[in-house]
Design a protein around this ligand. Sequence first.
Ligand code: IDP
Ligand code: MG
Length: 136
Amino acid sequence: MSNLEQTLSIIKPDAVERNLSEEIKVEFKNKGFKILKDKKIKLEKHEAEKFYQVHQTKPFYDDLCSYLSSGPIVVMILEKENAILDNRKLMGATDPTKADDGTIRKKYGISIDKNSVHGSDSPDNAKIEIDFFFKD
Ligand code: IDP
Ligand code: MG
């Protein structure tokens, strides 16, 4: 059965600042993802707080929101069969030191907070996150 999905991907400040955006886009394209929309933006802290509100009870929430709003990011809608799970696989584990070889976080991630990419974790969140950035 076909399961064409869209997911929200973010290239985080640590990767944008190291000029890795184009290289990371190639990683997605090489795995069959179509980049339907993309834009480079900078979030205000209150916007990052809204985006990450599911994490608001976590001890790292404030640092996480400061970090995501610390510099430009690239947000993208990726499309592919099983895009949500396949993007999570391509990203690798949250902590780059635990990520498998060949994953984006293993290759580019610096630390658990500066882990270079975000990807939606479920169909519901993919819709919410795509709307967050691309609803006109
Ligand atoms: P994910 O990005 O792999 O989905 P989540 O658990 O949703 O991971 O956490 C969101 C983001 O919060 C992570 O990408 C990472 O940047 C940050 N984060 C997660 N756990 C920790 C932690 O224990 N310390 C610091 N930052 C963390
Ligand atoms: Mg997550």
